[in-house]
Design a protein around this ligand. Sequence first.
Ligand SMILES: O=C(O)CCC(=O)C(=O)O
Length: 296
Amino acid sequence: MPEAVADVRVEKEGLNFRGLSGERKPAEEFRFCEGQAGDMSLVADVLEGRQLGVIYRNYLHQEACDAIKDNFWRNTFRYSRGADAPAEYLGTYHYRKPLHRYAGESAEANRHLPGLFEGLTNPVEAFRNDLNRELGRRGRRLRQAVCKGQETCRFVMRSWSGEKEFALEAHDDESQCLDPLQDGFEIQTAARRNALGAVNLCLENGSGGLLRMWNIRPDLASKVALGLEVTGSPYPPECLDGIECFDVPIRAGDLYVFDGRFVHAVTILEGHQQTGRATISFLLANLDDRETISWT
Ligand SMILES: O=C(O)CCC(=O)C(=O)O
């Protein structure tokens, strides 16, 4: 473990902290590109760590977004999740779970998730097929990560409306993947490789709800100093002061993929809206030279 923790200074809830250190992208890579439907080469570039993010505008039509939302609110397997990220969910996450639990919940989720797309083309599988073709050209293939012999959950759908400074606080997606509780899970190998692709398909967004990206992939010393080494969340806003960042406006129908190792957040959802923010999401990473895996 790095020993830099000892030289940090500012008081932060009993911890000593001087500021985030870690990897930063050169200016020409710290950006989102717009992709053209069907062309997944930019996603493959994100997974190879050569590009921060890509967004496909209007990946899904409004009618399809509305139909999926209706199916979501009708689905009886929906559940609410706790205080750190309050929302309504369908599907399950590996976050902080013993592997046997994630495996069991994945098996169940994968049985009822397709119900969201009744009468529609399944956009998650369409994306996966397009990406798999692109990966094939690069000598690799996409498959679902396996946990305790079980295919992991294909995706999570969630809807939430928050009134806090951030609708989703600043966090990274890497730390949770390296949780010692989940030692031996293949996502740990994948997360340590080139990049961690956070895939999101937006089905609804009111005003606000922008994706904010900071140009920092915090190192372990910084995470340990903040007590975030297995959660990656939340980074206190003051520790991000002065770090380059930008916002990506997100609209219903947009699909975007970015390197979730870099700190990111969702900005406040304005106006106590009836309209919340609803997305489908999952993670992707290259496992080795031949395979790319996905999980939630
Ligand atoms: O909804 C988004 O745009 C980002 C979601 C996110 O950061 C997450 O689920 O970890």
